[in-house]
Design a protein around this ligand. Structure first.
Ligand code: PXL
Length: 285
């Protein structure tokens, strides 16, 4: 596998800046923690707008506190107006009022489809343990307010089922899901194949309304994949921030997260995280 790398800023010079609008994971494996570690490894300066503070460890999420929607939007406005960002992503959004506040701020700040700043929307709905991270009544706000702003949406197969009703079991149903998601307004839909049952591959499929791009990869069989979706989306943001096209950014991020999964580690009594620091391992070529 080729070695994914992005240019680092020279010491003392300002790196490319990116923004994550997401929740905090007290266990340090997913959410803003995964995003910031990925951004740092890609030579980026990461800004954050925190949406929620989860209480969780390797065995699951027990509760979370939502941040006031005006504070979520204010974090976005504060960093974008002063620091400036080249790309942004959303992760855990918790509630419909938070989504509305983010969508309004994004439009004002030029984040999203018709603005200059590409936006990756990772439609996080639940933790890997099945604990809800998005209110059931917030799905409509997500698809009607945020999807039309998205440069790319990156659902996993559980989220695809929730969003489209399509059960992806093979290439044909994955294509149908990509078409259905694209019709909800994003410029590109990425249907991640990591949860495909009975396959030793993890095929991701990207669609822009015209062309399908396939990103095959071996399935890394590990129980320690907490934060894999966040890490993939963060790596897409990183590559977009560095000026990659969407298909190139997805190809880069897919290789990045596959390496992270191969280097994942156990943590606590449950599921450990994907390892965004894999490149620091002494054995890395
Ligand atoms: O991996 C999705 C995710 C995103 N954000 C937060 C999470 C999780 C999964 O648990 O806790 C804060």
């Amino acid at each position: 596998m080729t070695y994914p790398s992005l240019p680092l800023a020279a010491p003392g010079t300002t790196p490319v800046r990116v923004l994550t609008v997401a929740g905090s994971d007290s266990g340090g494996g997913a959410g803003i923690q995964a995003d910031l570690r990925t951004f740092a490894m890609l030579g980026l300066h990461g800004c954050v707008a925190i949406t929620a503070v989860t209480v969780q460890n390797s065995t699951g999420v027990t509760e979370f506190a939502e941040i006031d929607p005006t504070i979520v939007a204010a974090q976005m406005r504060s960093v974008v107006s002063d620091i400036g960002v080249s790309a942004a992503k959303t992760g855990m959004l918790a509630s419909a009022p938070i989504i509305t506040a983010i969508a309004d701020a994004a439009v004002d700040l030029g984040i999203g489809r018709d603005g200059a700043i590409p936006l990756v929307v990772d439609p996080v709905s639940a933790s890997m343990h099945g604990d809800p991270l998005l209110a059931a009544d917030a799905l409509g706000a997500l698809t009607t307010q945020l999807f039309p702003l998205a440069t790319v949406v990156t659902p996993n197969l559980d989220e695809v089922r929730l969003l489209t009703g399509i059960d992806v079991v093979d290439d044909a149903t994955q294509r149908a899901a990509a078409v259905a998601l694209h019709a909800m307004g994003p410029r590109w839909a990425l249907v991640k194949g990591g949860h495909l049952r009975g396959s030793d591959l993890s095929p991701d499929l990207l669609y822009d309304g015209t062309d399908f791009h396939q990103f095959p990869a071996p399935r890394i069989n590990t129980p320690h994949d907490h934060g894999a979706g966040d890490t993939l989306a963060a790596a897409i943001v990183g590559a977009l921030g560095h000026g990659y096209s969407v298909p190139d950014a997805v190809a880069f991020a897919k290789r990045w997260v596959t390496r992270g999964l191969a280097a994942a580690y156990p943590l606590g009594a449950g599921h450990g995280p994907v390892n965004p620091l894999w490149r620091l391992a002494p054995s890395t070529p």
